[in-house]
Ligand binder design. Structure first.
Ligand code: UDP
Length: 253
């Protein structure tokens, strides 16, 4: 499998979008209840103190660089990642691929009605797409046994090839990790706010803003109350982590 770049205590697959999709198809065929994670700055910061989140990362079948700062960091550290493969880009790309190859998909997560709306939009865009179910669970569902059981049976009964989980980090990763052997879905992917982007609940940053690494700031402007702490307090630790990585690099020379 494609080479991996080690940084910030995790291994990131050095793959393009096209290669990711080819690998995901292999995972579908293997049927090993695999799951995929998409690290950004926020995940990297959380991983350092959350042992379960780190364990989940260590066992993922595919780790895709979601954030532009990770691409910059990899270049600075002399082990460049070839491409950003964000969950928000992968979600519609993979749906298009699934529509051509006949793979079925299930959308789990986001606020009420958002997964359903994203499904309608993608079905119109990719007419062959087999969406076998959508469900946006109520807040706090993960602590509710009956609600969880309901979700598990919905997924088992519809038997999708790919499960997209949009619950934010680390909730979506923890959910996939705990339940992947019960859902028995060949591939589950944590995709954050991707349903919101497709459904138009949140507007995605224009390409040039993404390219200059300011997508986070665009997101912050849309949801300042929710995202202030994430971006301006928690994620600032990333600079310190990057310095540590650079020091490690210099001490090896
Ligand atoms: N969300 C959810 N249930 C929860 C918490 C979050 O469905 O208990 C959804 C939320 O509605 C949003 C997505 O999870 O659609 C998380 O978005 P976030 O901005 O955290 O994701 P990012 O893309 O930044 O990782």
């Amino acid at each position: 499998m494609y080479n991996k770049i080690s940084m910030f205590g995790i291994e990131i697959n050095n793959v393009s979008m096209k290669e990711s999709i080819c690998y995901i198809e292999q995972l579908i065929i293997e049927k090993n209840n695999s799951y995929i994670v998409t690290p950004n700055v926020d995940h990297i910061v959380k991983l350092q103190i959350d042992r379960l989140f780190k364990e989940i990362y260590d066992n993922a079948s595919l780790v895709l660089a979601d954030g532009v700062p990770l691409i910059w960091a990899s270049k600075l550290l002399g082990k460049p990642l070839k491409e950003r493969v964000s969950g928000a880009d992968l979600f519609p790309e993979l749906c298009e691929y699934a529509s051509k190859k006949g793979y079925s998909v299930f959308f789990l997560g986001a606020a009420e009605g958002v997964a359903y709306k994203a499904a309608q939009i993608l079905k119109n865009k990719f007419p062959g797409l087999k969406i076998v179910g959508t469900y946006s669970p109520p807040m706090g569902f993960e602590k509710n046994y009956e609600e969880n059981e309901k979700i598990l049976s919905m997924i088992r009964d519809s038997n999708p090839h790919i499960l997209f989980v949009a619950l934010g980090a680390p909730k979506q990763e923890i959910w996939m990790y705990h339940y992947r052997n019960l859902t028995k879905v060949p591939v589950s992917i944590g995709v954050g706010a991707s349903f919101d982007f497709v459904a138009g609940r949140i507007k995605r940053a224009p390409q040039f803003i993404q390219k200059i690494g300011l997508e986070w700031f665009w997101r912050f402007c849309q949801e300042p109350r929710r995202l202030f702490k994430r971006y301006f307090i928690d994620d600032m630790k990333f600079f310190f982590l990057l310095l540590c990585e650079l020091r490690k690099l210099n001490s090896k020379d």
